[in-house]
Design a protein around this ligand. Structure first.
Ligand code: PHE
Length: 319
């Protein structure tokens, strides 16, 4: 019986098989256990010998079972750990965490460029009054730019700013020259098609000091353009008109084998200096206003300005 049992123990492949073998021999109704019950059927003098033999067998089997159990559970533990093991050399699963909107990227890029040239970033309110948005910028009541057709008015004196130029006025009113600021922000006009949005983004620039000339303006814009569009990009100034600059220019960039208009600029009109209490005999300056959507469209060949506000992830992921 012992021989048979030892063999069965040896052949066990896992702890539950081993447990069955244990029950079979040593359980309450097990083979070895039932041998003990036979004791009383024996002659009294045979009992001690028989009992000792059965006990010895029982102890031997118990010992073997425990040894086997140790061995099996060790092996089972190893198997379990192997299954749980993590290969730390595998690349992690990448989570798409998103990124800045194309316009925000362009804004930050331009801010960095102008900050590196000594400009500070300032902001102004999107709800303006007609004085800051027009009058102080040499744009009197009768001027066509003030046409209600083009602007969003709340009352006859309060409107959504049509450009970032009122920030020029606000800055000059609360600082003294020299001034070098840029001002990014949203502006609003009654316009809507593939190249116009009723809400779009501009960046104003204002530089005021003594003896400022068109050369300073040109240098500044050339620096910006080569850093945004690459070192082969060039600019050209074409005569234009804005009420708040004289002379005024439209500025084109040479990019992708074409001249493309990217901004308006000019030398600050003496009347603007007068409206903020600066002496135009002492102070001079340049200003520019660029459309951030426009810059992005030129740089990336985007054809429809409405793509910026569609929230189409397929589009946004390209930039
Ligand atoms: N404010 C002008 C516009 O919105 C742009 C501009 C700004 C032109 C500053 C000259 C100087 O079109």
């Amino acid at each position: 019986i012992v021989q048979q049992a030892l063999e069965e123990i040896q052949n066990c492949e896992n702890s539950s098989e081993l447990n069955s073998v244990r029950v079979k021999y040593l359980g309450k109704k097990g083979i070895v256990t039932s041998l003990m019950k036979k004791l009383k059927e024996l002659a009294p003098e045979e009992r001690p010998i028989f009992g000792a033999a059965v006990n010895k067998a029982k102890n031997e089997l118990l010992k073997k079972i425990n040894e086997k159990l140790d061995e099996l559970s060790q092996r089972e533990k190893e198997k379990k750990y192997a299954a749980m093991a993590v290969d730390v050399t595998l690349p992690g699963a990448r989570k798409d965490i998103g990124h800045f909107h194309i316009l925000t990227q362009i804004q930050k890029e331009l801010e960095d460029i102008f900050i590196s040239m000594g400009f500070s970033v300032v902001e102004g309110p999107e709800v303006e009054d007609t004085w800051h948005n027009f009058d102080a910028l040499n744009t009197p009541e009768w001027h066509p730019a003030r046409d209600v057709q083009d602007s969003f008015y709340f009352t006859d004196k309060i409107l959504l700013r049509t450009h970032t130029s009122p920030v020029q006025i606000r800055t000059m009113l609360n600082t003294q020259p020299p001034i070098a600021i840029i001002s990014p922000g949203r502006v609003y006009r009654r316009d809507y098609d593939a190249t116009h949005l009723p809400m779009f983004t501009q960046m104003e620039g204002l530089f005021v000091d003594k003896n400022v000339t068109v050369k300073h303006l040109k240098y500044c814009l050339e620096e910006m353009v080569t850093r945004v569009f690459g070192k082969d990009a060039k600019i050209r100034l074409k005569p234009s008109f804005f009420p708040f600059t004289e002379p005024s220019f439209e500025v084109d960039v040479w990019f992708g084998n074409d001249w493309l208009e990217i901004l308006g600029a000019g030398m600050v009109d003496p009347n603007v200096f007068k409206s903020v209490g600066y002496d135009p005999e002492i102070w001079s300056g340049f200003a520019f206003g660029l459309g951030l959507e426009r810059i992005a469209m030129v740089k990336y060949g985007i054809k429809d300005i409405r793509d910026f506000i569609r929230n189409d992830v397929k589009f946004l992921e390209n930039y």
